[in-house]
Design a protein around this ligand. Structure first.
Ligand code: PMP
Length: 389
């Protein structure tokens, strides 16, 4: 017995052994030469992973919600009109968060499993002058993925700053921040970036930094204020010591290892691997007659899948049975939806992980007396994996 289960929730995920072993290195000073080198190199590598050569990366201790706080608090001034394009739980969170900084928020929300259309977004932008819009690349509550490119183009057309919540997408779904013209792309360490929870990460465009510098009012969040952090990021990049708040030293060392792994794999190959794994998982669910929440495959994420439970199967029984079969998956997050479960498949996930997960799901369905053709899921996934992996 290995004594541990496979963690297939949408974050934290399974981490690379090299990342985990770096976490156990004795903690050094935040001004030690090797730490300064590591931090500086993380900043440089983030520009490559985000595909934003002229962006300003920020690495600050905190969660994904704090990355949202950092983006919102530095760009919003009281009374600013803001458009939040939601596709579930985390879009709604962004709306609440921005209001704390005095934003006047209009929220666009689609039906569960769908996306707000580009036409709807353009209509809203025509009606009011907005300073900022936010959109969620992959909403982890629904596994719905939006296409950021046309929304970023609308941001440019109407001169609106754009913030992409990429917590469940950065390093797993294609993002070309600079080419697509997105002002902020933010994430957290525990998802496809592949580092244990605790780092809020974002890259800001020159336009976002300009908007920050032109503020008339102080940032409404002391810890998040770029006025405190910008010089720290610049110092580390210039390989100089500095201090504002003690950085999570071990996490930054681990980030360096993970970013190196990501760049070594090559970012486009990494996106393709996520797509292959996700497509094979969706094919398996279809073969088992289980329906995913996204209305169609074009808006289904490659980093996780949210799947409706069969009518007569109770969520807690099912998830416990999958766990008994050795795999940890997650329950649903939306209260007003039919019951569903979620499987994360991002980061270092491989075909053995996904086949093991599908096998555990089949075992659980059998235990819950749900009828299906034996091995139908595994077989459907294998058919895609043998061609594409
Ligand atoms: N946005 C999205 C899309 C997320 O998936 C999450 C976390 N699941 C968050 C924001 C918040 O991140 P955290 O839990 O790290 O605060």
């Amino acid at each position: 017995m290995k004594g541990r289960k496979l963690l297939m929730i949408p974050g934290p995920i399974e981490f690379e052994p090299a990342v985990l072993s770096m976490m156990s290195k004795p903690t050094t000073s935040h001004v030690a030469p090797d730490f300064i080198e590591s931090f500086g190199s993380c900043i440089e590598m983030m520009r490559k992973v985000w595909q934003c050569p002229s962006g300003q990366p920020f690495i600050v201790g905190g969660t994904g919600t704090f990355a949202m706080d950092m983006a919102g608090s530095n760009l919003i001034e009281p009374g600013d009109n803001t458009l939040v394009i939601s596709s579930g739980f985390f879009g709604d969170r962004f709306s609440e968060l921005l209001k704390r900084y005095g934003a006047k928020v209009d929220l666009l929300t689609p039906e569960i499993g769908n996306v707000v259309t580009t036409e709807e977004i353009e209509n809203a932008l025509k009606q009011k002058k907005y300073k900022l819009l936010t959109f969620t690349h992959v909403d982890t509550s629904t596994s719905v993925k939006i296409n950021p490119q046309p929304i970023a183009a609308l941001g440019k057309k109407y001169d609106v700053l754009t913030i992409l919540d990429g917590v469940c997408s950065v390093a797993g779904e294609e993002i070309k921040q600079e080419e697509w013209g997105i002002d902020i792309v933010l994430t957290a360490s525990q998802k496809a970036v592949g580092v244990p929870p605790g780092l809020a990460l974002l890259v800001a465009s020159p336009k976002a930094m300009e908007a920050f510098k032109n503020r008339k009012t102080p940032v409404g969040n002391y810890y998040a204020d770029w006025g405190n952090w910008l010089s720290i990021m610049q110092a580390y990049e210039g390989r100089k010591p500095s201090y504002f708040g003690t950085p999570p030293v071990n996490l930054v060392f681990a980030l360096e290892v993970s970013l190196k792994i990501i760049l070594k794999e090559e970012i486009d190959k990494r996106f393709k691997r996520h797509n292959t794994i996700a497509s094979s998982f969706r094919a398996a669910m279809k073969a088992l007659n289980l329906k995913i929440i996204p209305a169609n495959d074009a808006i289904a994420a490659n980093t996780l899948s949210a799947v409706y439970l069969p009518k007569d199967v109770a969520g807690t029984d099912f998830i416990s049975a999958v766990s008994a079969a050795g795999v940890i998956i997650a329950g649903g997050l939306l209260k007003d939806s039919k019951p569903y479960f979620r499987v994360g498949h991002m980061g270092s996930v491989n075909q053995t992980d996904i086949l093991g997960t599908i096998g555990a799901i089949e075992t659980a369905l059998k235990k819950c007396k749900f009828p299906f053709t034996p091995n139908a899921g595994i077989d459907a996934a294998q058919q895609l994996l043998v061609v594409n992996y």
